[in-house]
Design a protein around this ligand. Structure first.
Ligand SMILES: [Zn+2]
Ligand SMILES: [Zn+2]
Length: 285
């Protein structure tokens, strides 16, 4: 995913100049959101965010919109702080602005609010870090969707991720060779969102050691079947219509009166019989 350098990336510099009167920082929270929405546009196909993610004008429009939407406390030279609730609510409002309105689930109150049944993205909070949470993060990454995380605490204890938002977008199991026995360690790849340093691999320790203060924002894509991906003839009367996910339904042939051929699966009607005009490997199904 795109790593945003707020000091050098032109869209961020322009957006900060347009929206921040007193503070020259965008802040790690808004930057994490810009990275995530850039990912949604660039890799997940949500063109309502940006139809051309490499266009500077569109990048600046997205960055400006995020900075306008997310309430931050401006701390002068110390940077900015965005409260988790403001991040979550701001993301909801951004998803709605880009016509990606959401189902929401509040983990603390156990409230679920259905905004629209056809929302492509479900937004979900995650409070605390444990093995279950790790699996949730892993599952999201396996589904090609990064996670926004933060450690909501001010006692830094030398951990630079405390009080900070980061994007988690990959994981890797690494064999560690050790005199007391080899073991496997899992590393997370994160966009750190501080200054201009690049993204990096970190051990999960940085979350484990602050598990009570960890907060996450999950984006889960909903899948709506569309049975128009491919068609396979099934019988004289029917064909199977497939969704990209592999699910299928049985539908009647759509015979064109001009060609006497099913316009979907390619079977041809002749003398009240349907015969195949082309054989596909998939026809064996
Ligand atoms: Zn499907
Ligand atoms: Zn057909």
């Amino acid at each position: 995913m795109r790593y945003i350098d707020e000091q050098n990336d032109q869209d961020l510099k322009d957006a900060i100049a347009a929206t921040r009167l007193t503070n020259k920082y965008a802040g790690c929270g808004p930057i994490a959101i810009i990275s995530h929405f850039d990912f949604l546009a660039r890799y997940a196909g949500y063109i309502s965010i940006m139809s051309n993610p490499s266009d500077l004008y569109q990048q600046t429009a997205l960055s400006t919109k995020v900075l306008e939407t997310i309430d931050v406390i401006e701390g002068g030279e110390l940077g900015t702080y965005a409260a988790y609730v403001n991040m979550y609510n701001g993301i909801e409002s951004l998803l709605s602005y880009y016509n990606l309105a959401t189902l929401t689930f509040n983990e603390e109150t156990q409230d679920e609010e259905i905004v629209t049944e056809t929302s492509p993205i479900i937004l979900q909070q995650g409070i605390g870090y444990d093995a279950t949470r790790f699996n949730q993060i892993k599952e999201s990454i396996d589904n090609h969707m990064p996670v926004i995380g933060m450690i909501d605490c001010w006692e830094t204890n030398g951990n630079r991720y405390i009080g900070h938002y980061f994007n988690i977008f990959a994981y890797e199991y690494v064999e560690i060779t050790c005199s007391s026995g080899d073991y496997e360690e899992v590393f997370l790849q994160v966009n750190c969102n501080w200054g201009s340093s690049s993204n990096r691999f970190v051990e999960c320790e940085f979350l484990e050691n602050n598990s009570n203060f960890c907060k996450f924002i999950f984006f889960t894509e909903q899948h709506f079947h569309a049975y128009n991906y491919r068609y396979v003839s099934a019988s004289l009367l029917n064909h199977y219509s497939y969704c990209t996910c592999g699910d299928s339904i049985t539908e009647s042939h759509s015979i064109s009166p001009i060609t006497n051929t099913c316009i979907e699966c390619g079977y041809r009607l002749r003398d009240d019989t349907i015969i195949p005009v082309q054989s596909k490997p998939d026809d064996k199904e």
